[in-house]
Design a protein around this ligand. Structure first.
Ligand code: 0SG
Length: 209
């Protein structure tokens, strides 16, 4: 999988300031992963995440020194956008992207923790639903919740998902989950730091789409 096993997120420093260039490099491996999931239902999700990344990248590319860290982007945009902020620019894109990242984190944690639906142990719907309920549902109105339900039924079964995580090679489940746990260390620290930054800077919004 181009997403996980070969592309660990870098560790974050004690200051918890996240380097924008390194972050963009890490998240750039997420969209291609959707092509391994085997259904066109995931195309809008891939497009949404791609749009978030492109928006953050275009701000960064406009002045890599000024926007060296994600914190610097939020601070600068707060003064640039005035009363529109935080519903503007890369701040808005990262607000949504971090929710998708939290979804991925919870999904992987749930799989690594061995959570299963005893009635349907070959499926991962229980893991996906847990991630959705905790990371995204509160921000979605009923139409988008219906899109989620469609995506849920198109989701690959457990073995195919783990295979996709392993670059479509057959690997022992426990080996794959071991790598997932390793991946989650820096990934979770990064997502937590972004959430903390939004909380500290009062940049989190609670509306539904
Ligand atoms: C095994 C895989 C299972 C997958 C299950 C998928 C579950 C998720 C299904 C949800 C489907 C959501 C589809 C898209 C929804 C979008 O409407 C929302 C809101 O999007 C934001 O809206 C944009 O992202 C913003 O873009 S911006 O860059 O230009 O700023 C902006 O347009 C904003 C509108 O703002 S407003 O003007 O109103 O202020 N997006 C989401 O909810 C994020 C969905 C992320 C899903 C991540 C799933 C990852 C699956 C990974 C599997 C390993």
């Amino acid at each position: 999988m181009t997403l996980l096993l070969d592309n660990q997120f870098p560790p974050i420093p004690e200051s918890k300031e996240i380097n924008t260039k390194a972050f963009l490099e890490s998240v750039s491996h997420l969209p291609p992963f959707f092509d391994c999931l085997g259904s066109k239902v995931f195309a809008p999700i891939k497009a949404d995440i791609n749009r978030n990344i492109i928006k953050i990248k275009s701000v960064y590319d406009s002045d890599p020194v000024k926007y060296e860290t994600l914190q610097q982007i939020l601070l600068a945009e707060k003064s640039i956008h005035g009363s529109e902020w935080p519903k503007a620019g890369a701040t808005l894109a990262l607000m949504w992207l971090k929710r998708g990242l939290r979804f991925i984190q919870i999904l992987l944690e749930s799989l690594a923790d061995g959570e299963r639906d005893d009635d349907n142990p070959i499926l991962i719907r229980i893991n996906i639903t847990k991630a959705y309920d905790q990371a995204l549902k509160r921000y979605h109105g009923w139409i988008v919740q219906k899109v989620f339900k469609a995506a849920l039924f198109a989701a690959p079964c457990r073995s195919d998902f783990l295979k996709a995580l392993s670059k479509n090679q057959e690997v022992a489940e426990e080996d794959c989950l071991c790598k997932v746990r390793q991946f989650l260390i820096n990934f979770t620290a990064t997502v937590d730091a972004i959430y903390e930054m939004y909380y500290t800077m009062n940049a989190e919004l609670d509306y539904q789409v």
